[in-house]
Design a protein around this ligand. Sequence first.
Ligand code: PMP
Length: 304
Amino acid sequence: MSRVSYVNGRYLPHAVASVSIEDRGYQFSDGVYEVIAVRDGNVVDLYPHLLRLDRSLHELRITKPMDHFPLGAVVREVVRRNRVGDGIVYIQVTRGVARRAHAFPKHIAPSLVVTARNLAPPSDAARSNGVRVISTPDIRWGRCDIKSISLLPNVLARQAAAEAGVYEAWLIDEDGMVTEGSASNAWIVDQAGNLVTHDLGPAILGGITRAALLDACRSAKVKLVERAFSLDEARNAREAMVSSTTAFVLPVVAIDGRSVGDGTPGPVCRKLLELYHQHLQDELGANAIGIKARRPLSKSKASA
Ligand code: PMP
């Protein structure tokens, strides 16, 4: 079966789907994106992702290409046409096509691309044995809260992880604090037993998985603090984890080759896995009975 992708109003064979070489995404990374998980053919956390997309567009003053309802319909249609069971949907919006000049061109329409593909969820081995990470300097810009397609520092960090044979690279700021991973949020359980993840702000991307986990943890009365933690603190933490749309939640059992805790996934991590599994079940259930608009997001989530 050949893949189908959506480009500016048309569903096209993936192999020939394209945008202009003068697209500002191509020339300036002048665009934003979302990656959304698909489980059993259901799009997970669609509206939180669309809200974050709106926020990224707003921050960069890129025109919104479509309202939530039609965009949600396009997303589901791309999933359907590609027969995605477990996988991901990718949405990219750029400022549009114009003769190359840095300042915003006037009167151009944004470019919208939606693709989808099957992708296996994290393996049982990764979930039950955990993954390893390395640390690397955070050389990104000052607005990491915007989900920009300008990902070169993230690409370099993930390549360093790949070359080191580990899952992820944790990014360390100038003060020695862990901001997040190259494509995931970072978590630890500190010596006081608190679950800790970096607070929202320009230093991190407010992950949708992070927000779902925080919500679930609050309901389950898990002790948690949103604050920065240092690489030193992470190395001496009881537990560590990563979260993202594609990883869901994974235990981190080693940082820079040194074991975290006893080098095996701990109880808080197992609890998070359970809570996230429940969240996925709730999402699938909500889709099955047609509840599209779930309860309004809290402010911190909407600005994630
Ligand atoms: N931080 C960065 C830098 C990311 O690229 C991602 C993945 N998009 C995340 C965090 C996790 O975000 P989410 O849970 O929305 O996938």
